[in-house]
Design a protein around this ligand. Structure first.
Ligand SMILES: [Zn+2]
Ligand SMILES: [Zn+2]
Length: 259
């Protein structure tokens, strides 16, 4: 239907301006397809990212943003080995994977996203491995585990819903180091949309209009009054027999933006 209207409008334009030039029709058509917007400064949310563990910059033409992350979390966890200043003694049920974080290890992650991301016409499933970067500098994963279900790996998750396996430290659950039942920014996903805690700044409570990805369009504390699409941790308890504590899945997909 939209296409039909567009064609009709073009036809009208053509009839109206047919005595001058057909160039105007070409310009109209190009405007219709224009999807890449440029900006002159980084989105305000990027100021929340740890400046030691991430390096974030805008492309020369202002259309894309590149986020280089160390992959090392800037907060305490049992995955920092004993003796490290950020080592944290987890509770007794914690059964870590056999790897600890290494300051000198190479866990770098680089993602490039549109400076002004837009929703795609089709969603994209997430896959195993990193699906985004948290403000802490570490990776965001979905609700799946390479070695099997997340349930089986739950005992290896630290106090902030993360573990190492097989290589990089990554979050699966609401990461309490950044957000715990609040509206804090958690990070950015590979489709360019930001992900926030379980509450939304627009209403100061749990959003009730989230799509299947936990996303909706509203203002945020970083959007300067403009409405923009973003994700939230969905406020549904994820709990299993092997997970003694209450947790919330960070992101179960699919991506709503283009990759
Ligand atoms: Zn994992
Ligand atoms: Zn929101």
């Amino acid at each position: 239907m939209k296409q039909y209207i567009t064609i009709s409008m073009s036809l009208l334009t053509f009839l109206f301006f047919s005595c001058t030039s057909s160039d105007s029709i070409m310009e109209d058509a190009e405007d219709e397809d224009e999807t890449t917007e440029s900006v002159t400064e980084l989105h305000a949310a990027f100021a929340e990212f740890d400046t030691t563990e991430t390096d974030i910059y805008l492309s020369a033409n202002g259309t894309t943003v590149t986020i280089e992350a160390s992959g090392l979390p800037n907060h305490k966890t049992g995955y920092w080995g004993e003796g490290h200043t950020l080592y944290y003694e987890e509770d007794s049920s914690f059964d870590p994977t056999p790897t600890t974080l290494n300051e000198n290890g190479n866990y770098d992650q680089v993602i490039t996203v549109d400076a002004v991301p837009s929703k795609a016409s089709n969603t994209t499933s997430t896959s195993l491995g990193s699906i985004g970067v948290a403000i802490s500098g570490a990776a965001i994963y979905n609700d799946q585990e390479g070695s099997g279900s997340l349930d089986g790996a739950a005992v290896s998750l630290d106090w902030t819903g993360a573990h190492i396996g097989p290589d990089v430290y990554h979050y699966h659950l609401e990461p309490h180091a950044m957000s715990n039942d609040d509206k804090n920014l958690i990070g950015i996903l590979k489709d360019g949309f930001f992900i926030y805690g379980r509450k939304c700044d627009s209403t100061n409570t749990y959003p009730t209009n989230l799509d299947s990805s936990g996303g909706h369009t509203s203002t945020t504390q970083h959007s300067d009054g403009e409405e923009e699409y973003h994700y939230h941790v969905i406020n549904e308890i994820y709990s299993t027999s092997s997970l003694g504590d209450v947790g919330y899945i960070l992101f179960a997909g699919p991506f709503q933006g283009s990759l």
